[in-house]
Structure formats: structure tokens, C-alpha cells
Design a protein around this ligand. Structure first.
Ligand SMILES: C[S@@+](CC[C@H](N)C(=O)[O-])C[C@H]1O[C@@H](n2cnc3c(N)ncnc32)[C@H](O)[C@@H]1O
Length: 311
């Protein structure tokens, strides 16, 4: 256990490090200081490719930012690089993922040191060795997640019933980039003043108030009737969860928050949000009927009434 004195000393050296990092950045780049963080992990349903279509609907000014289905956090990092985020709370139900963000926020240099230790290289045997490990130390857990995410099959995250990561080895070039040291520091800067929690979405946004911006990116409702909801319950997101989310969405709108949600164009979503403004966006995603994935698929962006007014 850290004593209070040690904690204060660590906090002071962290602040000193951040200040000198920012000063170096200012010297080397333009005088107007800007950060440019990008997602650290590839995440199923990542929103990078859609941000351009979303951008005209983002509020230009808001108080707190909430993102309770954080995943790879593409929207947060985008808003951060525009300088729009003053204070934020980000969360996800996935505790390994959240541990990684906390480590990046509070301990990025130790994480970079670990990732550079020579242990994290793309090789099948090494992959299965690291996959089998169960470190307790937060820094080792974060390094392991970043490594597995960049070397496993399709960057998927899946665990078995015992909670053990079970995605097989992926097919990437031997020299695939596992991490980007500079980006980790940019992400560290973007996470200062950010509350980071492992939480269910409903709990996470309880404190949201008028003028705050809440962005929801839940696991999507399945598009076809045959792809039944039960296949989603492994992730704990079935029909009841979609209904619970729609109720939370409505409550936040009533409070006067700016609320935005991405979801699939499944009929249940159109029904649950029929009273709101729904924008159709085109995503370049893999779908069964189009193996090339070139045609893409329609997805929905649901907006609180005050967002459309500000667009
Ligand atoms: C579609 S992904 C988010 C993708 C993210 N926006 C991005 O750009 O990478 C959905 C996330 O919701 C999380 N999740 C699932 N059920 C949840 C719940 N009940 N509460 C909070 N998060 C949940 C999953 O762990 C997953 O990271």
C-alpha cells in the first residue's frame, strides 16, 4: 500500500512530467498547443470510419462529456483533438479495457517501458505464451491487452466462461506495430481530468445534467430475425438491454442533455426511438450478403431534439 506521502510525491512527479511533455510539444510544434490522440486498441464496432458523417451533429459546446460504452473510444479521441472536452467520464463493462485506460492516464511511462522490454513481439508461440499469462499488476495487464489486441485474430476481444481471453493468433505481418509510443502519451494527456470507471451504462450516466453531452455506442441490435438476440446475451446485451437503454436515452433528453446514440437499423431500434430524430449513415462494414464489404450497410444515429436544433 502506498502511504499518503508517497501518493502525493507520485502525483507531483506525474504533474511535472506532464508539464514538461506539454512544453516540449509547444517548442517543437506550433505555439498553439493541440493534442492529437488516436484509439489505442482496435475494437469491434469502432466508430473511426463514421465520424465524418457524425461531425455536423456534435454539439459545439457542452459541459461534461459521458461515453459509457467506451470500447476503442474513437468519438472521445476525436472530440479531444478538437479541444472540445473539458471534463469527462468514460466507462465500459470490460474491466481489462478500463484498467488499460487508467494505466495510460496515471502510469504511461511505466507502460511504455514494459512494452519496450522485448517481450511483446508478433510470433505465434509468444502470442500463446502471453495469452496464457494472468498477471495481477495493472501495468502488465495493460501491456498484455495492447499486445493481444494487435496480434490476435481480427483484433477481437472474447473470453470464455471462466473469463479467460480465448481469441486465436491472428494473421498479421511479423513486424506489425504493437504500440505507438507517441500516441500513448497523447492519449495520456487527453485522459487527464477524466473519470474512468468499470460500470454499467445506466449507472455511469446517472449524474449527467442539462448541457452535458452523452454519446452511446452500445452493442448493436441484430439486423435479421434469424440472428436472434440470445446470441448477444453472452455480452449481456439483449432485447431488454436495448429497451433499458432507450428509457435512459429518453430520461437524459428530458433533463436537457445533448444525447447521441449509434445503433443498427434493426426494426426494434426504429420502434424504440420513433419519437426522436433518426439519421441514416452509411458504414463500410462486413455483412454476410456482401463478402467484399464494399457496399456497406445502413446504420442509425439517434439524436436528442436539442442536437438537431444546434446542427
Ligand atoms: C460497440 S462497442 C463500442 C465501440 C466504441 N465506440 C469504439 O469506437 O471503439 C460496445 C462496448 O460496450 C461495452 N458494453 C457492453 N455491455 C455494456 C453495459 N451494459 N454497460 C456498459 N458497457 C457495456 C462492451 O464492452 C463494448 O466495449
Amino acid at each position: 500500500m502506498q502511504t499518503k506521502k508517497e501518493k502525493n510525491r507520485n502525483e507531483t512527479s506525474r504533474q511535472t512530467f506532464i508539464e514538461s511533455y506539454i512544453n516540449d510539444k509547444r517548442k517543437n510544434k506550433s505555439p498553439t498547443f493541440k493534442i492529437s490522440p488516436e484509439p489505442v486498441v482496435k475494437w469491434a464496432g469502432g466508430k473511426r470510419g463514421l465520424i465524418e458523417q457524425y461531425s455536423r451533429y456534435f454539439p459545439s459546446n457542452f459541459n461534461y462529456y459521458f461515453e459509457p460504452f467506451f470500447g476503442g473510444g474513437a468519438v472521445f479521441f476525436h472530440l479531444s483533438s478538437l479541444g472540445l472536452i473539458k471534463k469527462a467520464k468514460i466507462s465500459d463493462i470490460n474491466s481489462e479495457l478500463i484498467n488499460m485506460y487508467i494505466v495510460i492516464r496515471d502510469n504511461v511511462e511505466e507502460l511504455i517501458f514494459e512494452l519496450k522490454s522485448g517481450k511483446y513481439y508478433n510470433d505465434k508461440e509468444q502470442y500463446y505464451k502471453i495469452r496464457a499469462e494472468e498477471p495481477n499488476d495493472p501495468v502488465l495487464r495493460a501491456a498484455r491487452l495492447i499486445y493481444l489486441n494487435h496480434t490476435c485474430f481480427n483484433g477481437l476481444y472474447r473470453v470464455n466462461k471462466k473469463g479467460k481471453f480465448n481469441v486465436p493468433y491472428g494473421r498479421y505481418p511479423k513486424d506489425v506495430k504493437i504500440f505507438d509510443e507517441n500516441n500513448l502519451r497523447e492519449v495520456m494527456l487527453s485522459l487527464q481530468n477524466v473519470e474512468i470507471t468499470v460500470e454499467d451504462f445506466e449507472e455511469s450516466v446517472k449524474e449527467a445534467k442539462k448541457g452535458d453531452f452523452v454519446y452511446f455506442d452500445p452493442p448493436y441490435a441484430p439486423l435479421t430475425k434469424t440472428a436472434d438476440f440470445t446470441s448477444y446475451t453472452k455480452e449481456g446485451f439483449g432485447e431488454n438491454e436495448q429497451k433499458r437503454l432507450a428509457e435512459v436515452f429518453r430520461q437524459l433528453c428530458d433533463k436537457g442533455c445533448y444525447v447521441m446514440e449509434s445503433n443498427s437499423s434493426a426494426q426494434i431500434i426504429k420502434d424504440l426511438y420513433s419519437e426522436f430524430n433518426i439519421i441514416t449513415v452509411r458504414a463500410k462494414r462486413y455483412i454476410n450478403s456482401d463478402p467484399s464489404g464494399r457496399k456497406g450497410v445502413d446504420e442509425l444515429l439517434i439524436l436528442s431534439p436539442n442536437l438537431l436544433e444546434s446542427a
